[in-house]
Design a binder for this molecule. Structure first.
Ligand code: AP5
Length: 225
């Protein structure tokens, strides 16, 4: 199953991608994480991407389509993938569609995480991330230690106020039209109200994916693997 996660910066795409990956047993592919690793490793791709990322601008489509080509044809993505922030322009949506068609696959579902701007700014300006495993934290100071892998937490350069403003504007201008593109191409798009506790958002996402069912007679919900 190939699932595309859309939504503005700070909507919780990364948080939910990790959870959905565990629940559904398919890998998460986050272009932001791939690019940050390339910047850290000082590769050609990383050097090309860094200035765009620091400003909160989008990295050129050619770079992203190169990443998607590598990962979608790799054995890791054989069972499918959860694409976190990997499609942010109409040319990227078109390019991904073409490359998937060539390998006999398609996007099965698009989830759009919706949160208002005030909450997004609050989340991004309060976020630190693990420099090792990239796990995001709220309300933890830079220099604290990641509970998952023991690396240090840092503040992302694009979580500075000016870059946050630019990222929101870039989202509206370049990424929001991708939602209509998928709808116009008859893909199943579900809007998720993501201004809710993390567990609630996960339940909503699983429901939209048809992976949550009501337990007969007990009125409880369980996750179907
Ligand atoms: P990327 O790293 O993908 O950044 P982003 O899209 O701006 O998304 P974020 O990671 O900031 O937010 P998120 O929605 O994942 O939320 P998160 O779960 O972290 O990309 C970085 C840059 O790389 C881009 O700006 C661009 O330059 C480049 N790039 C990447 N992909 C590209 C592409 N396809 N094309 C071109 N350029 C590309 O949550 C945010 C915070 O909120 C966390 O602290 C979290 O703990 C908290 N939180 C999460 N859910 C909740 C909740 N329900 N309630 C309260 N807090 C919550």
């Amino acid at each position: 199953m190939i699932i595309v996660l859309l939504g503005p910066p700070g909507a919780g795409k990364g948080t939910q991608a990790d959870r959905l990956s565990t629940k559904l047993g398919i890998p998460k592919i986050a272009t932001g994480d791939v690019l940050r690793a390339a910047v850290r490793d000082g590769t050609k791709r990383g050097r090309e991407a860094k200035a765009y990322m620091d400003r909160g601008d989008l990295v050129p489509d050619s770079v992203i389509l190169g990443i998607l080509q590598d990962v979608m044809t790799s054995p890791a993505a054989k069972k499918g993938a959860i694409l976190d922030g990997a499609v942010r322009t109409v040319p990227q949506a078109e390019g991904l569609g073409t490359m998937l068609k060539e390998i006999g696959k398609k996007v099965d579902k698009v989830l759009l995480f919706d949160v208002d701007d005030e909450e997004l700014v609050k989340r991004l300006s309060g976020r630190t991330v693990c420099e090792g495993c990239q796990t995001p934290y709220m309300g933890r100071e830079p220099g604290s230690i990641c509970e998952k892998c023991g690396h240090k937490l840092v503040r992302r350069k694009d979580d500075e106020p000016e870059a946050i403003r630019n990222r929101l504007e870039v989202y509206r201008r370049q990424t929001a039209p991708v939602v209509d593109w998928y709808r116009n191409h008859k893909m199943s798009v579900s809007r998720i109200d993501a201004d809710a506790p993390v567990d609630t958002v996960t339940s909503r996402a699983l429901k939209a994916l048809g992976r949550e069912k009501r337990e007969e007679g007990r009125g409880k919900r369980e996750v179907r693997k």
